[in-house]
Design a protein around this ligand. Structure first.
Ligand SMILES: Nc1nc2c(ncn2[C@@H]2O[C@H](COP(=O)(O)OP(=O)(O)OP(=O)(O)O)[C@@H](O)[C@H]2O)c(=O)[nH]1
Ligand SMILES: [Mg+2]
Length: 376
């Protein structure tokens, strides 16, 4: 089952109680206070795990709780710390904290890299034991603290697959056939619409260590934005792609007009998110091995050229034109990756140098004033 949206509840561990205890030793009539502090509660993290592909696991396990801290004990023994809890999620998961009063969602994490780990709920601090409260005037304090409660949140998790290329088109256009010939993915392929019900990912390996990930999403039809067909819910999985390959069946077997098909799908993409049309698009006329009327192909080519989009004639079945298509996707991906790497480097730079202005010179800085300024 492919699940890409769930709500879960997390709770970090409470801190342990501080201990109320006095030293009892032979021949020492009045031992001092020796109650140790409570241990801290465990915190809750999410971790991007390459072995997870969907959020289905959370459907059946919506509650997560980290271990509480141990209580302090006599002889100044600190309670043990609660174990942290790591929740594994697929790469591409977005985590939102849900405001309990308003229901508003605030993004708390975006896990885009394998192994990325983000703190979501902090464990409570342990309470202080009575040894801590001993003073010269109060040598036998009976005061202790309870542990602080661990943080607790309702979370909304959304999965947005991280693929470089998204395949879109009408049902039956041949999207799954294409991904099965350019990658090792083995999706179901059949001569009826809506064969694909959930997204498939495949890795395309090109010569010289170049590779990229393709997502085959379920077919779209007119009115998808109103829920027709499978709706456009799966389009979220191509929102983060760098290139969109728009596959159009030009064989004539569908009985529809390829140019109309093309325009319909573009309209649906725009209605879902206008940014999708701003991404680089490659138009691929598929099934050229079975074309009954070449005019359909030229009409689509004209339409694509008018929109200044690159046009390809391919057959996913015979493999004709497929290599040219994937090679055309590569430079766009490489360029986008380069820009991404630069953006990450800049962001890191900014966080590292946050409080240091470029012309910083400690010798020229005015001394820090201490205390509150006096009123004149
Ligand atoms: N002749 C010919 N048939 C093709 C070609 N590519 C795909 N087909 C056939 O078209 C039908 C649909 O192919 P799929 O790959 O399942 O189409 P899809 O776009 O994934 O369809 P949905 O999953 O329903 O959205 C299958 O019968 C394929 O064999 C092609 O290049 N030439
Ligand atoms: Mg399919």
């Amino acid at each position: 089952m492919f699940v890409d949206e769930v709500d879960i509840h997390i709770k970090a561990g409470d801190g342990g109680r501080g201990s109320l205890s006095f030293r009892r030793e032979k021949f020492v009539p009045k031992g001092g206070p020796d109650g140790g502090n409570g241990g801290a509660g465990g915190s809750v993290y999410v971790v991007a795990d390459p072995h997870r592909n969907t959020l289905v696991h959370f459907r059946f396990n919506p509650d997560y709780q980290a271990q509480r801290g141990g209580n302090g004990a006599g002889a100044l023994r600190t309670g043990r710390g609660g174990r942290d809890l790591d929740i594994p999620v697929p790469v591409g998961t977005l985590v939102y904290k849900i405001d309990p009063d308003t229901g508003d969602k605030v993004q708390a994490a975006d896990l885009t890299v394998v192994g990325q780990r983000v703190l979501l709920a902090q464990g409570g601090r342990g309470g202080l034991g009575n040894a801590h409260f001993a003073t010269s005037t109060n040598r036998a304090p009976r005061k202790v603290q309870p542990g602080e409660p661990g943080q607790e949140f309702e979370l909304h998790l959304t999965l947005k697959l991280l693929a470089d290329v998204g395949l879109v088109g009408y049902p039956n256009a041949g999207k799954s056939t294409l991904i099965s010939v350019i990658s090792a993915a083995k999706p179901k392929i059949a001569a009826y619409p809506f064969t694909t019900l959930t997204p498939n990912l495949g890795v395309v390996a090109l010569s010289g260590d170049r590779d990229f990930v393709v997502a085959d999403v379920p077919g779209l039809i007119e009115g998808a934005h109103e829920g027709h067909g499978l709706g456009h819910q799966f389009l979220r999985h191509i929102e983060r792609t760098k290139v969109i390959i728009h596959l159009v069946d030009v064989s004539g077997a569908s009985g529809r007009d390829p140019v109309e098909d093309f325009d319909t799908i573009r309209k649906e993409l725009e209605l879902y998110n206008p940014a999708l049309l701003k991404k680089p698009h490659l138009v691929a006329a598929n099934k050229i091995d079975a074309v009954d009327d070449p005019k359909r192909v030229t009409a689509l080519e004209k339409r694509a050229k008018k929109l200044k989009l690159k046009f390809f004639q391919i057959s996913a079945v015979t493999g004709a034109g497929v290599k040219e298509l994937v090679e055309a996707a590569w430079p766009i991906i490489a360029k986008a990756r380069e820009l991404e790497a630069k953006a990450i480097a800049v962001a890191q730079d900014e966080t590292e140098n946050r409080d240091v202005p470029a012309d910083y010179n400690p010798a020229l800085m005015p001394p820090l004033r201490s205390g509150t300024p006096k009123k004149r």
